[in-house]
Design a protein around this ligand. Structure first.
Ligand code: URA
Length: 236
């Protein structure tokens, strides 16, 4: 007879059963069929479906679909390009060297990466060899990101690097042209910033260098967060 106190060994390795609210058959797995806004009741349901997704060929080579991490009600959402090797192995976004630098950048202006931020990517599966995701892959994955944005409802979205900007808001300008500027998209404030991997390749901290510019940009983000959080005088 089985002991109810014991966890069956094989359950640890199998895919967990879907939450009762998900009808997996009705959520399209073909990239040709859009996932309508409002499909997912919560991030857990979205994550569960995303981890089984085969809407593009990245699903064939991934170890893990990397859905997101952080506070599901965070005021800031950070959107990267796509998981790298470490993220693919860990199933968590921004956990490699770029992620460590991102954490340092946030900490430098007292933005708490657990409380103030939710982190995700344009594509949820690692492009082989860390290549840039194709437009087809970005389009196939986009409904997940749009649903994450709807559910988290961030006031501020930080887009790291040109692919993130292109993948979410469709702006094809180079990152050096548009970084540090607030762009309004769907009634949300978006700021393109350099990708941390780009900063890792550029060591200089001289005035005007990528690291120096990032320091300006993250201070602008901090100031906006403070402004958003300020209670209006007549509400006190
Ligand atoms: N680079 C990204 O764009 N996303 C990650 O999650 C990690 C590295």
């Amino acid at each position: 007879m089985s002991d109810p106190e014991q966890i069956p060994l094989f359950d640890l390795f199998s895919t967990p059963a879907p939450p009762p609210s998900v009808d997996l058959d009705r959520i399209p797995t073909s990239a040709k069929i859009p996932i309508p806004p409002g499909t997912y009741a919560d991030l857990e349901t979205l994550g569960h479906h995303c981890r089984q997704c085969q809407r593009c060929e990245l699903g064939e080579t991934r170890i893990h679909a990397v859905v997101g991490r952080g506070n599901p009600k965070a005021p800031i959402m950070i959107v990267g390009e796509g998981p790298g090797q470490h993220e693919d192995e860990a199933g968590q976004p921004f956990v490699g060297r770029s992620g460590q630098l991102l954490e340092k950048i946030l900490a430098a202006v007292n933005i708490d990466s657990q409380q103030d931020v939710y982190i995700s990517n344009i594509v949820k599966c690692r492009p082989p060899g860390n290549r840039t995701p194709t437009a087809t892959e970005m389009d196939a994955c986009r409904p997940y990101l749009l649903e994450q944005i709807r559910l988290v409802d961030p006031k501020i979205i930080l887009l790291t690097g040109a692919s993130s900007v292109r993948g979410l808001i469709g702006d094809k300008r180079g990152i050096t042209k548009i970084r540090g500027q607030w762009l309004e998209w769907e009634n949300r404030l978006c700021m393109p910033i350099f990708h941390p991997a780009y900063l890792l390749r550029n060591a200089s901290r001289e005035q005007g260098s990528p690291k120096w510019l990032m320091w300006q940009d993250i201070q602008t983000v901090r100031a906006k967060l403070d402004e958003i959080r300020q209670v209006p005088p007549n509400a006190q």
